[in-house]
Design a protein around this ligand. Structure first.
Ligand code: NAP
Ligand code: ZN
Ligand code: ZN
Length: 350
């Protein structure tokens, strides 16, 4: 067994604290990765605080993992010791249903998607995430990270990146399309970068006046502050696709009014409380409200390669385990530009 140091939440009300545990020795298909960087996703906070009512403790959060291969199993072909490697939101699935065979393991039809943390493996052991110094994962669920990307700034691609890239591709964001991104946080700023890189006319919606200028620098063709009532009226019926990246309950009605006939608003945000959809706001012009969850391994690798080619990484603020509580508080007040990344060198219980 591999001694591993990390940070865990022991309950919905306790802050993550130092926690030692063991990883399995690598099996023949496993890759043992020494973690260098792990992004802080809002989902880490939702789950540590049991906001989705499905939490398993102790919980070591973290699913934006970049590290260095330390050891490989005898049958591993994709990696060698010393390679840069990455792990995202899922680490296993049934591997046999139509979704898994299509590379959409996050939608495993046997309900067997195994998430990187807040889940159990096939033997019933709790899985621990990337707020820790190592991880052991089957190579099928390990990604190759382009070497031209800064590994710390690339860590958020593993969740914030793929979660926004996947729906933008699915709904054909590109030249000639007007795309809106709601919420300029970790996910939103990646959605903005991807929509811009894919060639769509991209409009950022934000509740934060302080983010307007940087949204333009990130690639927004227009930025709309959504604080005043009726802010949406001049833009009604003009959008081909809108991606909602908001972490808290909010009113969808004005955003649905922005869609053209037959267009879609897709949410990737996962607020604790349900979102209301007035029937008139979709029915009168055959509009759709949709959702999307992360992305499969094939598309995640495609997204990483796209980022390598276009030099796309997250805008990050490096942080340490000593400042983890403060970082989480700042995520909750939408005060991060635009993703915190933990440097595993700062883990103090090593
Ligand atoms: P984040 O960094 O906290 O960003 C959320 C943004 O939403 C904030 O920066 C803010 O943007 C806006 N916002 C926050 N509270 C708001 C409110 N009350 N009303 C309106 N806007 C508000 O979070 P994140 O890590 O990007 O995650 C966003 C959501 O996606 C979370 O719910 C997370 O769990 C979920 N998620 C889903 C998936 C998936 O597969 N579907 C994957 C990862 C994460 P402005 O300041 O610009 O308004
Ligand atoms: Zn995430
Ligand atoms: Zn499956």
């Amino acid at each position: 067994m591999i001694k591993t140091h990390g940070y865990a939440a022991q309950s919905a009300t306790s802050a993550p604290a130092p926690f030692d545990f063991e990883r399995r020795d690598p099996g023949s298909n496993d890759v043992h990765i020494a973690i260098d960087f792990c992004g802080i996703c809002h989902s880490d906070i939702h789950q540590a605080r049991n906001e989705w009512k499905s939490s398993i403790y102790p919980m070591v959060p973290g699913h934006e993992i970049v590290g260095t291969v330390k050891q490989i199993g005898s049958a591993v072909t994709k990696f060698k010791v010393g390679d840069r490697a990455a792990v995202g939101c899922l680490i296993d699935s049934c591997r046999n249903c139509d979704s898994c065979n299509a590379g959409e393991e996050q939608y495993c039809e046997n309900g067997a998607t195994i998430w990187t943390y807040n889940s159990k493996d096939k033997k019933g052991n709790i899985n621990f995430g990337g707020y820790s110094d190592s991880i052991v994962t089957d190579e099928r669920f390990v990604l190759k990270m382009p070497l031209n990307l800064d590994p710390a700034a690339a860590a958020p691609l593993l969740c914030a990146g793929i979660t926004t890239y996947s729906p933008l591709k699915h709904w054909n964001a590109g030249p000639g399309k007007k795309v809106g991104i709601i919420g300029l946080g970790g996910l939103g700023h990646m959605g903005l970068k991807f929509s811009h890189a894919l060639g769509a006319h991209t409009v950022q919606f934000t509740t934060s006046a302080s983010k307007i200028e940087s949204a333009k620098k990130l690639g927004a063709d227009e930025v709309i502050l959504t604080r005043e009532s009726n802010w949406h009226v001049p833009h009604a019926g003009t959008f081909d696709f809108i991606l909602d990246c908001v972490s808290a309950k909010h009113d969808l009605t004005p955003y649905l009014a922005l869609l053209k006939r037959d267009s879609t608003l897709c949410t990737v945000g996962l607020p604790e409380e349900p979102l209301a959809i007035p029937a008139f706001s979709v029915g009168l012009a055959r509009k759709s409200f949709a959702g999307s969850s992360v992305g499969g391994l094939k598309e995640t690798q495609e997204m990483l390669d796209f980022c390598g080619k276009h030099n796309i990484v997250a805008d990050i603020e490096m942080t340490s385990f000593a400042k983890l509580d403060e970082a989480w508080d700042r995520v909750l007040t939408a005060d991060v530009k635009y993703r915190f990344v933990l440097d595993l060198k700062t883990l103090n219980n090593k």
